[in-house]
Design a protein around this ligand. Structure first.
Ligand code: ADP
Ligand code: MG
Length: 362
């Protein structure tokens, strides 16, 4: 059901927010570190209107699922919790949220590591802000979206996804400092475009491993006597830690340095090298890759016109991203997907729309 059918004759307010693909700076956000996400051309759209019934009525056209809950009730478990969190957190700031009807639709793939969850939260908050007219800047909106995911959807996430969805665009990389929340829009290296491949591998281990890695990073920071691993200046400083904290810390410290170098402005070839080094660090030191993600990155690096490739998102499945020469991304991606899927039965990797110069300017 589309939004026009859902709302009938009633006028409604429409707002969208993008997903994100992180080019560099993985598992750094909860270490107060640095990252470089780009907004995807794909986005989530939330349409909203006042409800005559004393309930929040929400329909996701993506899932074909309708949910309703009252002002004093909890939302049922599932996608509505991301939205309920946004509503409740605004109410806690003394912003009056009357009963609403909401329609959600999206072309961000769900659960592929492109952050459809942040896109849903940010689009929901934007739609309510546009309808109800309360004052909330884009940074505050991202922080509320993050808290909604942590407190209401039960996902202990960092701040990157929501900041990217709220502040990034598809024409730039968003340099983000997770400690200060300072941001800068930087140009994507000249003469290059991006390709994203969803590995199709289930992310079954992702949530538990994520929590273990966070705890390891906190332990490493404690042992090094710093507030967060962001405060470790040089890779050698982690050498006195015992494994596996040494390796975990080495990833975070070296990854922050890679982001800082890339943010200074490097050409596409160097940026590709930094992506390759990031993947090796995530694979060997942080141990969040799986053989299928390694294989996809190897295939991408061997393809014509690819500068570099890495897993993107938390790992254990999800997507990989590559930086390619302008005009080379679509063909490289299609060839890699075909070879990868032919490599073993049951594989279902898929090319997600390349972020090309064309899609960037849409
Ligand atoms: P990712 O953010 O990487 O796509 P997550 O597991 O964090 O993966 O978030 C996916 C969840 O977000 C879905 O299972 C669903 O609950 C919710 N979600 C995201 N987009 C939508 C949508 N368009 N409609 C309904 N639920 C959505
Ligand atoms: Mg998510």
């Amino acid at each position: 059901m589309d939004a026009a059918t859902f709302f009938g004759a009633q006028p409604f307010t429409v707002q969208s927010a993008p997903g994100r693909v992180n080019l560099l700076g993985e598992h750094t956000d909860y270490n107060d570190g640095f990252m470089l996400p780009v907004a995807t051309p794909q986005s989530t759209t939330v349409s909203v209107a006042l409800n005559n019934n004393p309930e929040f009525e929400i329909y996701s056209a993506t899932l074909g699922s309708a949910v309703a809950f009252g002002q004093d009730d909890k939302a049922p478990e599932g996608f509505a919790q991301y939205i309920e969190g946004c509503i409740r957190l605004l109410q806690q700031r003394a912003i009056e949220i009357p009963p609403l009807r909401m329609h959600v639709t999206s072309n961000v793939p769900l659960g592929s590591g492109l952050s459809s969850s942040a896109a849903l939260e940010v689009a929901t908050l934007r739609a309510m802000r546009a309808l109800l007219g309360f004052e909330l800047d884009d940074r505050s909106l991202a922080l509320i979206a993050q808290q909604s995911e942590i407190q209401y959807a039960g996902v202990n996430c960092g701040i990157m996804d929501q900041m990217a969805s709220s502040l990034a665009d598809s024409e730039h990389m968003l340099f983000l400092d997770a400690r200060t929340l300072a941001t800068r829009l930087l140009p994507i290296p000249a003469d290059s475009e991006l390709i994203v491949i969803d590995s199709g591998m289930p992310r079954t281990l992702a949530a538990s491993a994520y929590n273990v890695r966070r705890a390891e990073c906190e332990a490493a920071a404690r042992e090094l006597g710093v507030q967060a691993l962001r405060d470790v200046a040089a890779v050698d400083d982690v050498e006195r830690l015992a494994p596996p904290l040494r390796e975990r810390a080495r990833h975070v410290v070296s990854e922050n340095l890679r982001v800082l170098e890339a943010a200074e402005g490097v050409d596409a070839a160097r940026f590709g090298e930094l992506m390759n080094a990031s993947h090796a660090s995530l694979r060997d030191d942080y141990e969040v890759s799986i053989p299928e993600l390694d294989e996809l990155c190897d295939l991408l690096r061997a393809a014509n016109g690819v500068h570099g490739a890495r897993l993107t998102g938390a790992g254990f499945g999800g997507a990989v991203v590559a930086l390619c020469r302008t005009g080379a991304a679509a063909a490289a991606g299609a060839a890699v997907v075909e070879r990868f899927n032919a490599g073993a039965s049951g594989r279902s990797a898929a090319l997600l729309l390349p972020i090309t110069t064309d899609t960037r300017t849409q």
